[in-house]
Design a protein around this ligand. Structure first.
Ligand code: C2E
Ligand code: MG
Ligand code: MG
Ligand code: MG
Length: 283
């Protein structure tokens, strides 16, 4: 506590010299308010299979700032990692996402899994599994409706430790996906040893898949690799019909992107899922 206060004082004094730093201090203090005062919200984005059926959902956190509007997780997740605020924040995300998932399952609107993004600090904490079990007990979401998304960075940090956790998750019936696959510069050998279920091809490779031979080769390579290793494969960031059709023709199974649906708050998602179900029934 004393150390923390010391650091605060230091940052206040240098605030004028380094406005970036003082901005971060402000962000940190405001983030605490956001956590305490219900300013965080989850939006959900559907993932679709090649036939247009909903395969699952991904929970994406947003910060509804009182004056600045919606702030992207890309801005505040890294800060919250540095300050440790990611821990209460992540716990809130898990609980909210599991509760909402259960509601959707009960309404017959979710058959697949709700995917939650994990942060490195959260995953590598000794209490991670206990916290997760606590959330599952509290919310009563069956684990067959839960998926966790990890980045290559998380898995590279302490691979042996990560394998133990992944095995425990598999034993609980929770599926796991590697997010942003291809951006982490990690060796491919680890795919052989890690008990994971799914690979999500990063949006940066999908973006120009129909325009760049190199990006097309990378996407095809990842799809082939996934198939050989018996992993499911998802393409994220699908914005055009051409990207979708190309990737589907080359064996990709699941698709996520603005072409199909943007991340939405729960009420809008519920409407979207109902309408989508009607369209699917008619066709
Ligand atoms: P991600 O897990 O790779 O999530 C996908 C991101 O791509 C989301 O950005 C989503 O809104 C965006 N996206 C989806 N489809 C499209 C598309 O067709 N075009 C474009 N341009 N973008 C698309 P978002 O919501 O801003 O999240 C950014 C990142 O923040 C996420 O990347 C994830 O790494 C992190 N994040 C989000 N929520 C959480 C959370 O609850 N916990 C943790 N630890 N990280 C989170
Ligand atoms: Mg993700
Ligand atoms: Mg992703
Ligand atoms: Mg991404």
């Amino acid at each position: 506590k004393a150390k923390q206060q010391g650091r605060n004082a230091f940052q206040v004094y240098t605030g004028d010299l380094d406005s970036k730093l003082s901005q971060r201090v402000t962000l940190r203090n405001e983030l605490q308010e956001a956590i305490d005062r219900d300013q965080l919200v989850l939006h959900y984005q559907p993932l679709l299979d090649a036939h247009g059926r909903v395969d699952g959902l991904e929970a994406l956190v947003r910060w509804r700032h009182p004056t600045k509007g919606f702030i992207s997780p890309a801005e505040f997740i890294p800060v919250s990692e540095e300050t440790g605020q990611i821990i209460p924040l992540s716990r809130w995300v898990m609980e909210r996402a599991c509760r909402d998932a259960l509601g959707l399952v009960h309404d017959g609107l979710l058959k697949g899994r709700m995917a939650i993004n994990l942060s490195p600090m959260q995953f590598h904490r000794p209490s991670f599994l206990a916290t997760l079990r606590g959330v599952l007990e509290e919310t009563r979401l069956p684990t067959r409706h839960l998926e966790l998304e990890l980045t290559e960075g998380i898995l590279m940090k302490d691979t042996d430790g990560a394998i133990d956790i992944l095995n425990a998750l598999a034993g609980m019936g929770i599926s796991t996906a590697i997010d942003d696959f291809g951006t982490g510069f990690s060796s491919l050998g680890y795919l052989r040893t890690l008990p994971i279920d799914k690979i999500k091809i990063d949006r940066s490779f999908v973006k120009d898949v129909t325009a760049s031979d190199k990006d097309a080769a990378i996407c095809q390579g990842v799809i082939t690799l996934a198939r050989e290793l018996d992993l499911a494969v998802v393409a994220e960031g699908i914005e055009t019909r051409e990207q979708f059709e190309y990737l589907r023709a080359h064996g990709c199974e699941v698709f996520q992107g603005f072409l199909f649906a943007r991340p939405m708050p729960l009420e809008a998602l519920t409407e979207w899922l109902r309408a989508h179900r009607q369209v699917q029934r008619r066709s």
